[in-house]
Ligand binder design. Structure first.
Ligand code: KG4
Ligand code: ZN
Length: 364
């Protein structure tokens, strides 16, 4: 039995978890800062690192208590050291170093993106796809579609710890596009879950929005789509503010909020979501076929979007695996799982482990 304490502080979640043999979650504590950042409409880095400092030790203590373990029962501490916000990463890395040194435990630095991929190894329901992943031979090579607030990447994984990046976004990450469009539509931060919810009432065919296929590559681009939504919103707002003239115009302006509310938010959200999902699914499906992989896994916060997961499963002939939403967004169980496989392969970090805010998983 190998038990790893995972620590994750790369962005705006302070998280700690204990995982056994890379698979069984003994505890998984996530302290979200979303309510703190909502007033800024995005993550405020300085506020994030200060909050991590306040929360990290209570979160770790809670993870240990819920796992009902003593420090002697642990085999190692795994911590995210990049990519992410430097000030936030520093809190996790320095805490992990202090605890590992003080308790005489090995320290293992983990790439946050690798952690997202390993969320798929965590036990959920012992489905055939899950079992296939656990029988290594049935899983590799696999294709990972990593879609988060900071990344959109197609990764070919040939074995544990072996990655080749097939494609990436040339501009906005998929989650970033969800967040920006959410703001345009006047929805709450973060935009991803808000758009998924608003879209349930909308018609995905209501607006014909662009899809950047970037043919001949596995790359993505979402900035044109975001601009197309902006133009539509401006058209509605323009109509509102230009309605009427003279006295009437003043009346029209004072009525602006209610006129803007006529923005077809549900239809725009559904059409935007459909466009993002269409490109992600089609590109992943094609890459998986061309690279003859055995399995497709989804990872990262945007994989919490159930429509994306359903469409990937429906449109691909290959088995598709994706974590439950709570394990798609940032958490430390995924870091502990990745830590287990690195621990098993003999990886250990030195006391000079430092944060690398633009850490890459693979070249390409
Ligand atoms: O992986 P994550 O928690 O943090 C990063 O590593 O970036 O991803 C956060 C991103 C945000 O952009 C958020 O809007 C998006 O994931 N997200 C979603 C959904 N839930 C979270 N996007 C689409 N649909 C969702 N249900
Ligand atoms: Zn993440």
């Amino acid at each position: 039995m190998t038990r790893i304490l995972g620590i994750e502080t790369s962005c705006d979640e302070t998280a700690a978890a204990v995982v056994e043999d890379g698979r069984s979650i003994l505890s998984n504590v996530v302290a979200s800062q979303i309510d703190l950042h909502r007033q800024y409409g995005g993550v405020f880095p300085e506020v994030a690192s200060r909050q991590h400092i306040l929360t990290i030790m209570p979160v770790i203590r809670q993870a240990m208590a819920e796992a009902e373990l003593d420090w002697d029962d642990l085999d190692a501490i795994a911590v995210t050291y990049g990519p992410g916000l430097p000030g936030s990463l520093l809190v996790g890395v320095n805490t992990a170093k202090g605890l590992a040194y003080g308790r005489g435990l090995p320290l293992i630095g983990i790439n946050h993106i690798e952690g997202h991929i390993y969320a798929n190894w965590l036990r959920v329901d012992d489905s055939p796809q899950e079992i296939a992943l656990w029988r290594n031979s049935a899983a590799f090579p696999l294709l990972a579609l990593v879609v988060s607030g900071g990344h959109t990447e197609l990764i070919l994984m040939t074995d544990h710890g072996q990655y080749q990046r097939l494609g990436h976004t040339l501009d906005d990450a998929a989650g970033e596009a969800f967040d920006k469009v959410g703001r345009l539509l006047g929805l709450e931060f973060p935009g991803g879950p808000a758009i998924e919810q608003a879209a349930q009432e909308g018609n995905p065919r209501a607006f014909k929005l662009p899809r950047a296929w970037l043919k001949g590559t596995y790359n993505f681009s979402f900035s044109g789509l975001k601009t197309a939504v902006l133009r539509i919103v401006q058209k509605y707002e323009g109509k509102a503010s230009l309605a009427g003239s003279g006295r009437n115009r003043r009346i029209a302006v004072s009525q602006t909020p209610s006129v803007i509310r006529q923005l077809p938010v549900a239809n725009l959200a559904a059409s935007f979501q459909d466009s993002v999902i269409d490109v992600l699914v089609e590109k992943a499906r094609r890459a998986a076929e061309e690279r003859q992989v055995k399995l497709i896994v989804l990872a990262g916060g945007v994989a919490a979007n159930r429509l994306l997961c359903q469409q990937m499963a429906e449109r691909s002939a290959l088995p598709v695996l994706y974590p439950p939403p709570a394990l798609c967004t940032d958490n430390a169980a995924m870091i502990a799982s990745a830590g287990y496989f690195r621990y098993r392969a003999g990886h250990r970090s030195g006391w000079d482990l430092d944060v690398i805010s633009n850490l890459k998983l693979a070249d390409g």
